[in-house]
Ligand binder design. Structure first.
Ligand SMILES: *[C@@H]1O[C@H](CO)[C@@H](O)[C@H](O)[C@H]1NC(C)=O
Length: 441
């Protein structure tokens, strides 16, 4: 199959431009070492373990600063009762105290506190922390969210900050899901916004570890406009049919490592959208859910930029998608330098999918002459079973085909049905090692 001579591949590349009804094309594998091909981007610092240089530094900074806390502040000392009534006021006061002192706010264990929508605002003294040992439940009356229906808990502009403790954020989302038009099709449904459970907004040097998130009305944990983030040991749980309940949502965020996290939910386990760069997810378990997604990108003719994403060591069980890149017609910008490595799929409906005709609305979407450009995407050592016949789907844009798609050691067998196929439109890919099922001519 390869190496092909440069002349032949040049011919194939040229020929591909003249085909107008969609095409796929196989190119010889890059001559450079695949393991290091992302390193050409100046923002990545090459090390043996592929750590991003910036993250390693951030990690150290957080570790050092957290060793010198300035005392603790318990929400109970500010009047929190954990008796089913609203504890927001006590939490607000405790936060102000902890934030101004650089202390550890403590939410005691074995108690359930209830909070209305609340913003914990920074900037704070460095080393402020939020240790949740017990449970915080969302206020369930929708009228409490009148001012801002999009958020329940927001950590706003905090730096050198950590959240942990092993406790639970429970978004109590059931009532919200039932009113969603995705679920409730016959009665008066409401497609207005639903609150995201916990949002970190414009945070710097942030560590979120050892926590449980449950039943968010919408997304569970969102990082928006953050820089240098470490996320590990989270457990996120919502029913498989709960609408838009993404596990971890990364937006406009740079340098984030998510590791050892177990997510079962009704939408993407992890979603990464525009403005995100240097995103690393390792040792992720996902299911049920919609898989690990980049996108959706380019909705409403918007420009999207996502680069340097590594998903390494993930297990997906019974999910609708495995690893997915989804873009809308009519967008612009790019998603590039993406690696999906060492991924196990068990009975996943679309194990590998690129969908550049994504359309999550009632009205059909028209094909347009612009799209978010996908390039330099590596799929390496991806194995397991597909619940559907189409195990691999590259549905790339006709206007802006996918370039530099690398497939190495990918084997996706059928899960208790006839066979698997790959459908490949408007994609220029290279394969090395095993590739099953292959694109059919
Ligand atoms: C595989 O997934 C399909 C569709 O999601 C489901 O109907 C089927 O029961 C699953 N099979 C196993 C063995 O889990």
């Amino acid at each position: 199959m390869f190496p092909q001579t440069p002349t032949i591949s040049l011919f194939i590349v040229l020929a591909s431009f003249v085909l107008c009804n969609g095409y796929y094309i196989q190119e010889p594998f890059y001559k450079t070492n695949v393991k290091h091909y992302l390193v050409h981007d100046g923002r990545l610092i090459k090390t043996k373990h592929e750590h991003f240089g910036l993250l390693t530094r951030a990690n150290r900074a957080i570790h050092l600063s957290s060793s010198r806390p300035r005392g603790t502040v318990s929400v109970d000392d500010f009047g929190a009762k954990a008796d089913g009534r609203d504890d927001s006021e006590a939490f607000g006061k405790a936060w102000n105290e902890a934030c101004s002192r650089g202390a550890i706010l403590v939410v005691p264990e074995n108690k359930i506190y209830r909070l209305k929508p609340i913003t914990f605002s920074g900037p704070c003294r460095p080393n402020t922390a939020f240790m949740l040992y017990g449970t915080i439940e969302a206020w369930t009356q929708m009228s409490a969210y009148q001012e801002d229906r999009q958020h329940w808990i927001v950590f706003d502009r905090v730096s050198n900050f950590r959240v942990g403790g092993g406790g639970t954020f429970n978004g109590k989302g059931k009532k919200w899901w039932q009113s969603s038009c995705k679920v409730n099709t016959n009665h008066q449904c409401n497609d207005g916004p639903r609150p995201k459970a916990v949002t970190f907004y414009q945070c710097n040097n942030l560590k979120v570890t050892n926590l449980r998130f449950k039943d968010a009305p919408q997304m569970h944990v969102t990082f928006e406009g953050c820089f240098n983030v470490i996320v590990s040991n989270l457990v996120i749980r919502a029913p498989g049919d709960s609408p838009n309940t993404d596990g971890i949502h990364v937006a406009d965020t740079q340098n984030i490592v998510i590791s050892n996290t177990d997510i079962g939910t009704g939408d993407d386990c992890i979603s990464i959208i525009s403005g995100s760069q240097n995103v690393r997810a390792t040792d992720i378990t996902c299911g049920p859910g919609h898989g690990i997604s980049i996108g959706s990108l380019g909705a409403d003719n918007s420009e999207a930029e996502v680069s340097n994403v590594v998903v390494n060591r993930a297990t997906l069980i019974g999910t609708a998608n495995g690893v997915r890149i989804k873009t809308w017609q009519g967008g612009s910008g790019y998603a590039r330098n993406i690696k999906f490595l060492n991924i196990a799929m068990q009975n996943v409906t679309n194990p590998i999918i690129v969908d550049q005709y994504y359309c999550d609305q009632a009205k059909p979407c028209q094909e347009q002459d612009s799209a978010v450009q996908l390039s330099n995407v590596l799929y390496q050592n991806i194995r397991g079973t597909s619940a559907s016949e189409v195990a691999i789907k590259f549905d790339c844009s006709r206007a802006v085909p996918c370039r530099q798609i690398y497939v190495q050691d990918v084997i996706l067998e059928p899960q208790g049905h006839g066979g698997t196929i790959a459908t490949c439109e408007n994609v220029r890919y290279v394969n090395r090692g095993n590739f099953f099922p292959q694109c059919t001519p």
